[in-house]
Ligand binder design. Structure first.
Ligand code: ADP
Ligand code: ADP
Length: 231
């Protein structure tokens, strides 16, 4: 049943502890929203899950497989490809077209045939409402469109889990809704999701549980109806 399990995860930068004894689980199909003040460790926490950041101690498993123990490059890349990641600043390849951004990882990492990857990419772009932008370059798109391409790119690896690190924070306000709509669609389809976001409307409506983190510690894990209840 459990998908991601963090056990006693600690991380320090030098002597400065950023994550303190994090113990938490994400169940299959669950949508978790991580919230907390700026500098509390939200971004660091989510980045440790696909090993964009190393941890100092503890363990993080995906379906029982220890992500931080894997030392073999190929196995680690396969493991990481099962965890889709969407960044605040999109991180698209600027010199590749939209459709190439979506096909490159399946072709390179998974050995999917280019024509098969291309067909799947077009379907994913259609799903995020960008079929007509397949041949465009990221620089020609709005922020909201670029972020939807980034979501399609992550989905192209068919990950069982998607992580979002403030996916709407870099967007102009009028583009936030189109990205949240794609995320809501994924949640409705049963995707397991872990999202750092300040969008409390999304948290209320879509989250199964909220993790509240402060100064590197999880202080509360609760469903939104409980979390947002007036004290
Ligand atoms: P949040 O996402 O909640 O705003 P972060 O995870 O970005 O918090 O940062 C948590 C703390 O760790 C902050 O005090 C930040 O300054 C610090 N920090 C983040 N990255 C580094 C780093 N590479 N080196 C040193 N300190 C860092
Ligand atoms: P965000 O809150 O959007 O994550 P930050 O300003 O916290 O952005 O961090 C931006 C980058 O700088 C991140 O890669 C983070 O790891 C790094 N960083 C943050 N705080 C520090 C710090 N005190 N020392 C070194 N690097 C840091």
């Amino acid at each position: 049943q459990q998908t991601i399990r963090l056990s006693n995860v600690c991380k320090s930068y030098g002597n400065y502890p950023v994550l303190k004894n994090i113990d938490a689980e994400v169940a299959r199909g669950e949508v978790v929203v991580i919230c907390g003040p700026s500098g509390s460790g939200k971004s660091t926490l989510i980045r440790t899950i696909n090993r964009l950041e190393e941890i100092s101690s503890g363990s993080i498993t995906l379906d029982g497989q220890d992500i931080h123990a894997e030392k073999r490059t190929k196995e680690l890349n396969l493991l990481r490809s099962r965890i889709g990641f969407v960044f605040q600043n999109f991180n698209l390849f600027p010199h590749l077209s939209v459709v190439e951004n979506v096909t490159i990882s399946p072709i390179r990492v998974k050995g999917v045939a280019p024509d098969v990857a291309h067909e799947r990419a077009l379907k994913l772009l259609d799903r995020v409402g960008l079929a007509e932008k397949a041949g465009a370059y990221p620089g020609q798109l709005s922020g909201g469109q670029q972020q939807r391409v980034a979501i399609a790119r992550a989905l192209a690896m068919e990950p069982p889990v998607m992580l979002f690190d403030e996916p709407t924070s870099a967007l102009d306000p009028e583009m936030v809704g189109e990205v949240l709509a794609v995320m809501k669609g994924l949640a409705a389809e049963g995707m397991t999701m872990l999202c750092v976001t300040h969008e409390m409307g999304f948290a209320r409506e879509v989250a199964d549980r909220i993790w509240f983190i402060d100064a590197g510690q999880i202080l509360e894990i609760a469903p939104p109806e409980e979390f947002f209840k007036n004290p």
